[in-house]
Design a protein around this ligand. Structure first.
Ligand SMILES: O=C(O)Cc1cc(O)ccc1O
Ligand SMILES: [Fe+2]
Length: 421
């Protein structure tokens, strides 16, 4: 696979054209009477037209055919997704899931969309306020199928196997230890190369932002320039009647047929794009004197609610770092939190849970449910002679998203959760 190119910078106003069509991006205006190469101009809005400039998001796409050239959408099999948190009774217990099993292609072919399994969620899809956590399990590339989500943004955390993601803005390769965000309305199709697994944090109605840094200053945590945006790439591929566009709309799946690949955008400009980020670039900040900092210090991206300081979801990681605090019980403290905490593991182990919490599994500590280190961890960390030590070395990226998970969703076929501690 030839090395892919990217543009760098979180939320930047970018412009890109496929080098095969120089001059395809109109200059000085968005809607020329006739676009270069007779392309069609199409705006994709990620915010209301009238949002303040600081939150206004839109991109202009110059494409071979407008997206509207499709047959009607029809309801299709809902697979394993849900947005109905009442399907199972609420359960305040600490929950832990073993690694989710990926079906073998010889048993059951699954691509990224048919392999999406909703695990839990909160809030309401219709009022554009809430979140869902899905696990994806797949063994097959999406063939002549793309997906777009009308309900919100997908933050995708591959845990096993890399993803080659075709988007209307270009191609991205996303490997375990990297994350990507595909925002509301953007069409994408995913190629996989082996049995592949990961987590999806979906937020309804809002977009992810970099957290404010307050007294940290102008730099640190996830730095804006490390976010990478694809460059324009198109295919002019006819698939008479055979290309399927799948849409998640109000939590339900619909499909429409069309005659061409949707990845026919020759040039684009704007600030509403997909992006990826390598978690290794996270500049970790922590206590260097005493006591344990709250894990919000590890926030990579946040999706804000309308209540100041309260996120719909924060995406937090527990990356490799030095632990140096004096006279301190260093592992996570025992606590009860008004924010629910869902945790996944990309690789390695998690310091507060030495056994039973494995890469590709998950845990859920719902709002106000007590939790903390297991007994062994408590014993050891209370007695150990404190010296500088590497924490989670070689582990990287305990994907952790934290939100108000009011109800545990269903996960058909995977009843093997067991109580945590
Ligand atoms: O519960 C957890 O393991 C996550 C967590 C980590 C930490 O260092 C402090 C609080 C917290 O919720
Ligand atoms: Fe916690």
């Amino acid at each position: 696979m030839a090395e892919l190119k990217y543009i760098s910078g979180f939320g930047n106003e970018c412009a890109s054209e496929d080098p095969r069509c120089p001059g395809s991006l109109p200059e000085g205006q968005n809607n020329p009477q006739v676009c270069p190469y007779n392309l069609y101009a199409e705006q994709l809005s990620g915010s209301a037209f009238t949002c303040p400039r600081s939150t206004n998001k839109r991109s202009w796409l110059y494409r071979i055919l407008p997206s509207v050239s499709h047959k009607p959408f029809e309801s299709i099999d809902q697979g394993h997704i849900t947005h109905n948190w009442d399907e199972v009774d609420p359960d305040p217990n600490q929950l832990r899931w073993k690694p989710f099993e990926i079906p073998k292609a010889s048993q059951k072919k699954m691509d990224f969309v048919s392999g999406l399994h909703t695990l839990c969620g909160a809030g309401d899809i219709r009022s554009n306020n809430g979140l869902a956590i899905h696990i994806f399990l797949c063994n097959t590339s999406m063939e002549n199928r793309c997906f777009y989500n009308s309900d919100g943004d997908f933050l995708i955390v591959p845990q096993k196997g890399k993803l080659l993601i075709y988007t209307e803005f270009g191609k991205m390769l996303v490997q375990p230890n990297e994350i990507c965000v595909i925002q509301r309305g953007m069409r994408f199709s995913i190629d996989v190369f082996e049995e592949t697994r990961g987590y999806v944090l979906e937020v309804y109605g809002v977009h992810f932002e970099l957290p404010d840094l307050g007294p940290i200053g102008a730099n640190g945590l996830a730095n804006p320039r490390d976010f990478l945006i694809p460059v324009a790439w198109y295919e002019d591929r006819q698939v008479p009647g055979g290309y399927t566009v799948i849409n998640k709309y109000q939590g339900k799946l619909f499909a429409a047929k069309q005659d061409v690949s949707p990845f026919n955008v020759v040039a684009w400009h704007g600030n509403y794009t997909p992006y990826k980020y390598n978690l290794e670039n996270f500049m970790v900040i922590n206590s260097v004197a005493f006591d344990h900092a709250d894990p919000s210090i590890f926030t990579v991206l946040t999706a804000k609610s309308v209540r100041p300081g309260v996120a719909i979801a924060d995406f937090v990681i527990f990356p490799p770092r030095w632990g140096v605090a004096d006279k301190t019980f260093r592992p996570p403290y025992y606590h009860r939190n008004c924010m629910s905490e869902f945790m996944g593991l990309i690789k390695g182990h998690y310091e507060a849970k030495q056994g039973g919490f494995l890469p590709g599994g998950g845990s859920l500590h719902s709002t106000m449910t007590p939790h903390g280190p297991d007994a062994d961890c408590f014993e050891k960390a209370s007695k150990v002679k404190l010296a500088p030590e590497r924490v989670a070395d070689g582990t990287m990226g305990h994907g952790h998203s934290k939100g108000r998970l009011l109800r545990r969703g269903i996960f058909p076929g995977f009843p093997h959760f067991c109580p945590g501690i």
